[in-house]
Design a protein around this ligand. Sequence first.
Ligand code: ADP
Ligand code: MG
Length: 280
Amino acid sequence: MSLAVTCRGLVYIYRLEGYDVVALSGVDLDISPGESVALLGPSGSGKSTLLSLLAGLLPPSAGRLTVGRHDLVRATPAELQALRATDVGVVLQGASRNLLPYLTAEQNIRFAQRGVRGRDLPDPREVLAMVGLSARGRNRQRPQRLSPGERQRLALAVGLAARPGLLLADEPTSQLDTRARDEVLTALDAVRRAGTTVVVVTHDPDVGLRMGRTVTIRDGRVGAEGRRGEDYAVVGRDGTVHLPQEVLRMLPPGTLVGVEPQPDGTVLLVPSPASVEDVQ
Ligand code: ADP
Ligand code: MG
């Protein structure tokens, strides 16, 4: 069963000694069951933090977050643990962090399935087949005997071991050559066709295109969205819009802009020759 995700004004603050870091400052995001989404955005914008919240690994500081029928703001630690064990598969950045080096591929899947109750578990070989790791005895290899791309696909398979309704993967194609990357993307296509909602964090715009929907995180909130290659800015709940880079070059910070609604439903942004500095 695929799971929906809803974020409303989602905030996360890392509390450090002496100061706080606001990593997410009001994320509004809806993901439909079975959708596949790429989270893009510059380093430090909050992508991994958002993934950790969706996974129930970090508790929201404020706002609302639901995954399927689970309310992750109210969930107890036991509920969060159950969520991670069954409903949400998490693949951390760096394939090896998800794998036990002394177990074979198939044993890694079985290990991830241990202790899962209340659902039919897939045959490990079926999970390996979904990510293209069933041929040539790959199921009997230990992780270090696999190629980097195969290792990453095994990490995905481990995330899928309990047949979750939502798969979260942080940078699953980074540090792979083009061919290995395409094999990972093919595996993710198969995961989505099987009905699982997929969210991946990526730096790679090509990965974004392949996922169908991109959500760009800027400064801890959703700055832009892309659908099938078309880019859109997103109006935030406070009415702000992140301008795309090419527009920002025409309207640098401090520019005064007239915002003029047109009869045809479009809106014109008209820069004034004056700037904020002139007015102050
Ligand atoms: P991204 O994955 O987009 O690179 P992150 O979610 O890792 O971004 O980080 C968002 C912000 O939170 C950054 O300012 C980062 O420095 C900060 N941050 C991330 N992890 C921690 C942590 N464990 N402790 C303190 N600050 C953190
Ligand atoms: Mg990150």
